[in-house]
Ligand binder design. Sequence first.
Ligand code: ADP
Ligand code: MG
Length: 293
Amino acid sequence: ATPTAILVGTSLGAEQGILIKGGNILEILQRTTVMAFDKTGTLTQGNLQLTDTFPVIDIPAAQLLTLAASVEQGTRHPLAQGLISSAQDLELLPVENIETEAGQGVQGWYQGDLLLVGNQQWLMEKGVMWHSQWQTEVDQLRNQGKTVIFVARNQQLQGFLALQDTLRPEAKATIAQLKHWGITPLLLTGDHPTIAEAIAMEVGIAEFQAQMTPQAKVAKIKAMQGLDPASVVAMVGDGINDAPALAQANVGISLSGATAVAMETADVVLMRSQLSDVLKALTLSRATVAKIK
Ligand code: ADP
Ligand code: MG
């Protein structure tokens, strides 16, 4: 590879807000066969709005939100930001020993009580009791494309809250162009399958996997890499629960505004935070390699 072509490619990238961190990145990117996408903050804007609050015990909706937002203090997930901003006018509780379980939820202690805020499966695993009469409501919320978050206190469910995210306006056209180029798009998310399917359908991604932990995302990338010797897997993410997958991918791509970990781990950073800039990066990689040859 001629160093000049790479230098030119890299500086052309920088002019377009595409930061390329390494001499061989463009060459690898040019061979991309699969591009995996995280959902929250990548295909969507990650700007979550609280839409529904459902206590299942006799407490006001505001109290349920207070519990949830109090546990989320000090965490950085887009869901946490959505809950905390909705609770602006509420007095949050001094929750202690807050611990995040990546891709699952958050726990903390308040007045000797264990508070859990997270996805349904995780709360069930923690021994929270579930009544099937609640499921209809939860399913309805999910069918509206909302992410449902559950709140428990000492293994007793207090209620659930739904948040709505918005698709990035450029997502659909970006995926269409990738497919046109013969690159297979893939959606990997920690969220529920119903939401994953809705988003995948909306943007035109045929293959998706849901309820994935950060480790499961890594395993899936490895599996895709092993499919055949020519497989080259790029991963686009925001670093929240997907930094290990960004590292495992042949090319990790993050949008600026992603976590510091993501910006550091990624081989390519899209400074303009436009999802469609993955297409510009691919075009650049092709032009660069064409010059090399
Ligand atoms: P995605 O793959 O869409 O970016 P994540 O892997 O970040 O999603 O999270 C997966 C799921 O885990 C979320 O949909 C949510 O149910 C749960 N979760 C993760 N972090 C939190 C949190 N801070 N508070 C509540 N729930 C969380
Ligand atoms: Mg994420």
